[in-house]
Design a protein around this ligand. Structure first.
Ligand code: AP5
Ligand code: MG
Length: 220
């Protein structure tokens, strides 16, 4: 059976994590969320976590070598498909990923990128009201609130504000995205592998549109 690889791409706060989670539930494809992996390392106070934290809290990308090795580890899991959330983010990571694909996937495996397009203004609004749980579940105080204030619906964990969700850091993350992200979009576009989605619709509507487009490509 050919494997499917879906790569979510979009600015901070565009809903990559939210949509990757929903698609993973629907398809059983394994979600690889690099930001979540780093945050778990930071919470566990590992050497890697301490190093990554220095970059993340300042809105910078973690060095490619560390990031790519995390991706390689994650791809060792058995799965019929993988969903990337937040990787690759620059040209070097894209080239590394294509090399990894060559070595572990077959020609018949299908790779598509989904661009979730959202304006900078909307990003700032969303991230100012995001709440997270350590289990990875994402909330928004208005658009996707938890049932009980401050408590995760899924695991009962205490919700927190990410320490890179401060206005100044958000602006820096947006700059990194606009500067480093363009060549990646160009690449998928030229390959005819880019699925574009308007990310400023309701969460459920976006999910439905993604599933619809994947159905047309016979991926689900
Ligand atoms: P990461 O955790 O991936 O952060 P990001 O890319 O900045 O994106 P976010 O997680 O902030 O947003 P999202 O698009 O997932 O949106 P979400 O679904 O939460 O990375 C963090 C850091 O780790 C990076 O800055 C970097 O330092 C490091 N890192 C990660 N990957 C790396 C890499 N490849 N290389 C090097 N370093 C790397 O939604 C946002 C909010 O909006 C939520 O509150 C949600 O409920 C709400 N929402 C979602 N969809 C909608 C909607 N349609 N309408 C209304 N509200 C919505
Ligand atoms: Mg995310």
């Amino acid at each position: 059976m050919p494997k499917t690889i879906i790569i979510f791409f979009g600015p901070p706060g565009s809903g990559k994590g939210t949509q990757a989670e929903m698609l993973s539930k629907k398809t059983n494809w394994k979600k690889i969320s690099i930001g979540d992996l780093f945050r778990a390392e930071i919470a566990a106070e590992t050497k890697l976590g301490k190093l990554a934290d220095k970059y993340i809290k300042n809105g910078k990308l973690v060095p490619d070598k560390i990031t790519v090795s995390l991706v390689e580890q994650s791809l060792k899991q058995k799965a019929s498909g993988f969903i990337f959330d937040g990787f690759p983010r620059n040209k070097k990571q894209l080239d590394d990923l294509l090399d990894i694909f060559k070595s572990i996937f077959k020609k018949s495996d299908r790779v598509y990128a989904i661009e979730v397009a959202v304006s900078d203004k909307e990003v700032k609004q969303r991230l100012s009201q995001r709440r997270m749980c350590a289990c990875g579940k994402i909330y928004h105080l208005v658009y996707n609130p938890p049932i009980n204030n401050g408590i995760c619906d899924m695991c009962g964990g205490k919700l927190f504000v990410r320490n890179d969700d401060k206005p100044k850091i958000i602006s820096g993350r947006l700059k990194v995205y606009h500067k480093q992200g363009e060549p990646i979009l160009d690449y998928w576009q030229k390959q005819g592998k880019l699925i574009k989605i308007d990310g400023e619709q309701a969460i459920k509507k976006i999910h439905e549109e993604i599933v619809e487009k994947l159905k047309l490509l016979k991926l689900v």
